[in-house]
Design a protein around this ligand. Structure first.
Ligand code: AMP
Ligand code: MG
Length: 403
């Protein structure tokens, strides 16, 4: 059976996924969430003509010739507006953020005056409108400020608060249940017995899920028996995505796929033309009538993490309604690489963006046993299946590992 190309596998995964429903969250919890509908300002900003400086609100005509002595008739501080009217020959003491009195049209900064009792002498002329932030000059009521599909930044949260939102509509986080499998696995931090290794995948994968905007739920480590797998898979009901790692090949102990099928999963595809990560599978099931995607990742930690970057991150992005769930960048090879085999190769490497076009250096060894090289890499260089040897300077697609 021909292996499924990565792009086709990804298209199938994305085609099957629709945006999740939205919910409302308080601004304190909005950063990193994905906006569900536009943020449209409820107010003008600033909401009134405001002083940008500490000084005196005056009529420009009064200070066209200096020195000019004016009578101070009141004060306008932030939150304490002056309520009277300003006449010819008069000034109002004003502070940053104070409302500019209706008749005033200029703010003279306090550095340019001398004050004595109720008299203030302006020593330098100021242009009409100086130091005033006009109502709505930043943004106007009704203006669209943030588009749906955007992952909210701290700056988005700030402007949402400025424009009168206490809560924001965001897409519900996809819940991703993560199941490790393997008789050899122990919880990280516990001493290793003979033949045991730390079950690291669930932790790396949970971090990937959270970084991608999902909510990770670690189910635990299933043993390599049908009974154990049945139990843990049942515990994953309710999640939007069930991710397993390990047990995905065709060895005697590779029971994950049969166990998922037994639990109602309909397989979409199994095995892809990708290096590392051939034994990947994808399908879906409907426990209690609710759709759940099932993604079976290889057990090898490097493969599991790379496959999560290539397939799981975009799937989460699609469920969140992101416009471009799968972003690659263009770069050129900094060094020549040998010919590729029949599977698309996701090479760990370092991307240098300090020059105009990114230059990428794939690591010499791409042994999938090397977790350290994954940790050191900042990107994956995508080398098409059956590519010939490529010279330095060849354009390539690169996936950043910024999660
Ligand atoms: P498997 O697909 O179950 O044969 O696993 C392939 C390799 O990945 C084996 O060397 C496993 O010990 C290792 N492996 C499987 N699951 C994990 C895990 N959760 N953490 C670390 N290594 C794992
Ligand atoms: Mg195993």
């Amino acid at each position: 059976m021909a292996l499924l190309p990565v792009s086709e596998a990804l298209n199938r995964i994305l085609a099957s996924a629709a945006t999740l429903p939205s919910q409302s969250v308080g601004l304190l919890h909005a950063r990193g969430r994905t906006l569900a509908s536009p943020v449209t300002s409820n107010v003008d900003n600033p909401p009134f003509d405001a002083s940008a400086m500490d000084g005196y609100a005056v009529l420009a005509d009064d200070v066209a010739t200096v020195p000019a002595t004016l009578t101070v008739i009141g004060e306008s501080g932030a939150g304490r507006p002056f309520t009277g009217t300003l006449g010819k020959g008069e000034a109002v003491r004003i502070f940053t953020g104070g409302r500019v009195p209706d008749d005033a049209d200029t703010i003279v900064i306090q550095e340019n005056v001398t004050a004595s009792g109720a008299a203030v002498t302006v020593l330098e002329a100021a242009a009409r409108g100086a130091n005033i932030r006009w109502r709505g000059q930043d943004f106007a009521k009704g203006e669209r400020l943030i588009e749906p599909g955007r992952r909210l930044t701290a700056r988005d949260v700030l402007i949402s608060a400025s424009c009168g939102y206490g809560e924001l509509p965001v897409i519900r986080k996809p819940v991703v249940a993560i199941l490790s499998t393997g008789d050899e696995l122990v919880t990280p931090g516990t001493p290793l017995g003979p033949g045991q290794i730390s079950g690291s995948n669930a932790y790396g994968l949970s971090a990937v899920v959270e970084a991608a905007g999902g909510e990770a739920r670690f189910l635990g480590i299933a043993r390599d028996t049908m009974t154990s797998l049945d139990e843990f898979i049942a515990a994953g009901e309710g999640a939007d995505i069930l991710v397993t790692s390990g047990g995905a090949s065709v060895g005697d102990h590779d029971l994950v796929r049969p166990a998922l099928e037994k639990a109602g999963a309909k397989l979409d595809f199994y095995k892809i033309a990708m290096r590392p990560g051939k034994p990947l599978f994808f399908g879906s099931r409907h426990p209690n009538g609710k759709l759940q995607y099932c993604l079976g990742l290889p057990g090898n930690p490097v493969s599991a993490m790379i496959c999560a970057r290539v397939f799981l991150v975009p799937l989460i992005g699609r469920l969140l309604g992101r416009e471009t769930p799968f972003e690659s960048v263009d770069a050129v090879l900094a060094e020549a690489i040998p010919a590729n085999g029949p599977r698309e190769h996701y090479m760990r490497g370092l991307l240098d963006l300090t020059t105009g076009t990114g230059r990428v250096t794939p690591f010499k060894s791409q042994d999938s046993g090397l977790v350290k090289s994954l940790q050191r890499a900042n990107c994956l260089v995508v080398i098409p299946a059956d590519a010939p040897a490529l010279a330095a300077g060849t354009p390539v697609k690169v996936l950043r590992l910024d999660i």
